[in-house]
Design a protein around this ligand. Structure first.
Ligand code: NAP
Length: 320
């Protein structure tokens, strides 16, 4: 079968399409014919060799995908052959014609959801869910600033927050990104490339400040996120690409908190609940993953260059 194979760590140029041996599902595993694979920033960190744990070379990247169940390993009762599914935490990479997944990481894909949309669920929606509800314990009526709302996690966060009846302020750095966030139903949109974009934020919240900030770029924003918080406000650090300076006094007077998170730390019980909620949201159509670009598998390197540039517009997926 065809698969992207990484033989050395480096930039996107290390992603090469090759012929590799077919896969056979082991005990409790499912073989999925991949129809779309989600491209996430974490893939770039992993194949750069700067992420722990490092994969053993050669390997096929990709954690998220959607497709059809092609074969079942021994002991699999949860899923049936030929059903449409989305997968998260694939055991072998999803940037391939087929992948192997533990049966507990395979979820039914409702009929109203495309394969490309299914490939946008695993990391982005589960992360947004965990940040909003698992970490920030968001409550109906609270205000959330989605700081970086135009990308995979941001769009998911906007949709999940609106469905939970929060007031949503979303930021983006391009005209098309701002338009996309507005179209999702965000109550206010702000351009994080405008030097004065945070000035009106207190006013938007009636002088109270934001209850929750979901931060995609803490290395840029964390220091100025804190004075914008309401009493008992919470910042959840989802993304950060370097060190940042903060004034801890901005936390004290507000009884505010900074919460870090990584999806890799979610427990199996939390994960099961997250995916139960996501499937409900898909069926209820409160969640509609936005696909910005679909590229063929042999353009995996280009797809990764794209997601690391500014001007995000929903999700980039690869189609084998
Ligand atoms: P993405 O699709 O590439 O989107 C990146 C987002 O960050 C876009 O909305 C982008 O806006 C925005 N952004 C860029 N510069 C910004 C700034 N100065 N201030 C605020 N926002 C800014 O990536 P993603 O999949 O949504 O992931 C977002 C981040 O979270 C990445 O760093 C990723 O590694 C991390 N992440 C962490 C976890 C975890 O478990 N902790 C899970 C998933 C993702 P424009 O392009 O419009 O400027």
């Amino acid at each position: 079968m065809k698969a992207i194979t990484v033989k050395e760590f480096g930039g996107p140029e290390v992603l090469r399409l090759e012929e590799v041996p077919d896969l056979i599902p082991g005990r409790h595993q499912v073989l999925v014919r991949v129809e779309a694979a989600g491209v996430n920033p974490v893939d770039t960190y992993i194949y750069s060799g700067n992420y722990t744990p490092k994969p053993i070379l050669p390997y096929t990247p990709g954690r998220d995908g959607a497709g059809v169940v092609a074969a079942l390993g021994l002991g699999v009762k949860k899923v049936k052959k030929d059903t449409r599914v989305y997968v998260e935490s694939a055991a072998t990479g999803t940037f391939a014609r087929f992948c192997l997944v533990d049966a507990s990481h395979v979820h039914p894909l409702p009929a109203n959801v495309t394969f490309a949309q299914g490939a946008a669920l695993g990391v982005p929606y589960a992360t947004a869910h965990q940040a909003l509800f698992g970490k920030a314990k968001a409550q109906k009526g609270e205000t959330v600033l989605v700081h970086g709302a135009s990308g995979g996690v941001g769009i998911a966060a906007v949709q999940l927050a609106l469905a939970a009846k929060l007031k949503v302020i979303g930021t983006a750095g391009s005209g098309q990104g701002l338009q996309l966030v507005k179209e999702q139903g965000a109550h206010h949109v702000l351009n994080h490339k405008d030097p004065a974009y945070l000035e009106g934020l207190k006013e938007i919240t009636g002088g109270k400040g934001v209850d929750i900030t979901l931060e995609m770029a803490a290395h840029v924003n964390l220091g100025r996120d804190l004075p914008l918080l309401a009493p008992h406000g919470r910042v959840v650090v989802i993304g950060s690409r370097g060190p940042v300076e903060i004034n801890a006094r901005d936390l004290m007077g507000r009884d505010a908190s900074i919460l870090g998170m990584t999806l890799f730390n979610v427990t199996p019980a939390e994960k099961a609940k997250i995916h139960e909620d996501l499937i409900k949201g898909l069926k209820a159509k409160t969640m509609k993953p936005v696909i910005g670009k679909e590229l063929p598998l042999d353009q995996a390197a280009e797809a990764h260059r794209l997601i690391m540039q500014s001007g995000a517009f929903g999700k980039v997926v690869l189609v084998p």
